[in-house]
Design a protein around this ligand. Structure first.
Ligand code: 6LW
Length: 519
């Protein structure tokens, strides 16, 4: 009957809605289209932009910051660079507001089309992070940011970015550490100020206050925190650290929250390797009343609630043959790439990389392209050939949390042939965990992951069977061990122990397959 038809049309959805390292989501709507941006730190290009028509399915349509002049990352350490962005649409223009903590501070860029091109940054001389822009009905424009004592609101000139001021400290939330991630919404005659509190780890939350005046005083919502898993109901949840939210109203009038959280593995204690990801929850926001996120402020992996009519995109192909003129949007470099170290055209269907002076251990432009690990269970495979007479040169695949925490499966010269090695780098510990001698020519490398272990394989392309090189714990690449704000990236790289050598790595193909979405 009708109930069944409705149930089939609205089958609920799976959280997170954007999987793998995608923290600090911010969202806006134009007509029936939603656009969302997340943080990208030291990776280039910066700030991935996603599009959706149903809030459940998202497709990356590009990046906001694609030119070196927009995004200086030369001095960006791991988890430096771009912090939490905000995306807004006003008067026919998209705005992305963000902070480059490693160069320039706060800025915003504009675009007519969210796929780009985006303008050069308009810098705003306000020291802080987590900026947003709020347009009031009286024509004034406010820059809204984090501050040690609470959220700060400052009038700016939106055409130039010039601070008009003065700066007002408007609300500190309910006393949690690190009041941040502010967004202001005007609804039913109130200004609502949403923020993140508790820090971006296990004590994270979202709280809200409201006022009749944009500069406050703000009254705290009696239901605060309106989103958190740092309580008894949330304590056993696979999803932890929920907070840093943004609200959006769909064309049908329904309200929704996007926010960050992370999926934990439990082994002795909780830990997570996929970074902070983007989650979705319904918001009940009655006229004149307070918003409630998914009833009691907690969420699940499987959300059995009505959604907008679902409009999925085609899954991206698992395999990249490097036949196109450009890399896909899923790939990023570390910091501003040294362009001559890369080519898609030198050999047709091959991605060529040459080593820079940097290795994966450095804060520098190591020759690397990387994409997110989006599931605990996955398979990553690549066929590549290293052309080098120098013993320092190596090329392969890496699981990279940061420059002090990564696992590398690579090929290098050895006698008259080559050797495949598996290197562990965990803080001050570094060792070779396994190896296999091979001949000249292409080598095929494979990594199979689950929530607890990564297993590494290699074969000469002529061989039929893989040889297992080693198995390593996921735990030592986790944020709990490594710190920072990112998640594990799967990289293709070449380096030469910091030496200037003449070497080339040719990647024939790369394949990434998420193996399950159950956890
Ligand atoms: C971000 C801050 C935070 O700027 O972590 O989620 C920082 N909390 O709001 C980096 O993502």
């Amino acid at each position: 009957g009708l109930t069944q038809a409705v149930a089939l049309a609205q089958p609920g959805f799976k959280n997170p809605v954007i999987r793998g390292f995608n923290p600090d989501p911010s969202i806006c709507r134009v007509g029936d289209d939603f656009y969302l941006v997340t943080s990208s730190f030291e990776y280039f290009p910066g700030l991935p932009i996603y599009h959706s028509r149903d809030l459940v399915h998202w497709e990356q349509i590009g990046h906001c910051l694609t030119r070196d002049e927009q995004l200086p990352l030369q001095n960006a350490p791991a988890s430096g660079g771009l912090f939490a962005p905000s995306i807004r649409y006003h008067d026919g223009l998209f705005y992305v507001v963000c902070t480059n903590v490693s160069g320039g501070g706060n800025f915003y860029c504009t675009a007519k089309d969210p796929t780009g091109p985006w303008s050069d940054p308009i810098w705003v001389d306000i020291k802080s992070i987590d900026p947003d822009i709020f347009w009031d009905d009286d024509g004034k424009t406010y820059f809204v940011t984090q501050g040690d004592q609470g959220i700060r609101v400052t009038e700016i000139d939106i055409r130039t970015g010039k601070v008009i001021g003065p700066e007002s400290l408007v609300w500190g939330g309910i006393g949690g550490r690190f009041p941040e991630a502010p967004h202001i919404y005007k609804k039913d005659g109130f200004y609502y100020l949403l923020l993140g509190e508790g820090g971006t780890e296990y004590m994270h939350s979202a709280t809200i206050g409201r006022s009749k005046h944009v500069l406050g005083p703000y009254e705290s919502c009696p239901l605060n925190p309106i989103l958190t898993h740092a309580n008894r109901i949330g304590q056993g949840n696979t999803i932890q650290g929920v907070g840093h939210a943004d609200f959006v109203q769909a064309a049908d009038g329904s309200w929704w929250a996007v926010f960050l959280g992370f999926r934990v593995t439990q082994q002795y204690a909780y830990y997570h390797v996929l970074g902070r990801e983007t989650f979705l929850a319904p918001v009940d926001w009655p006229t004149g009343g307070w918003p409630q996120v998914n009833g009691n402020g907690t969420v699940d992996l499987q959300m059995n609630i009505p959604t907008l009519p679902q409009q999925p995109f085609l899954e991206p192909p698992a395999r990249t043959d490097f036949d196109e003129e450009h890399l896909g949007v899923e790939w990023q470099y570390l910091r501003n790439p040294i362009r001559e170290n890369y080519s898609l055209s030198e050999r047709k269907g091959m991605w060529r990389m040459s080593p820079s002076m940097f290795t994966l251990d450095d804060v520098g432009a190591v020759s690397l392209i990387a994409r997110r690990q989006t599931e605990h269970d996955f398979l990553a495979e690549t066929a590549l050939e290293l052309e080098s007479t120098d013993v320092h040169a190596e090329a392969g695949m890496t699981l990279l949390q940061n420059n002090t925490h990564h696992y590398d499966l690579f090929v290098k010269r050895h006698g008259t042939g080559f050797v495949v090695q598996l290197r562990v780098k965990v803080g001050s510990l570094s060792y070779i965990a396994g190896e296999k001698e091979i001949g000249k020519g292409q080598v095929v490398l494979k990594i199979v992951g689950n929530s607890r272990q990564y297993t590494f394989f290699a074969k000469e392309s002529a061989e039929k069977a893989y040889v297992q090189i080693g198995t390593l714990d996921t735990r030592y690449l986790s944020t709990e061990v490594a710190g920072g704000f990112t998640g594990v990236m799967i990289g293709l790289y070449t380096s030469a122990a910091g030496q200037q050598v003449d070497a080339k790595a040719y990647v024939d193909w790369f394949e990434y397959q998420p193996l399950s979405q159950s956890y």
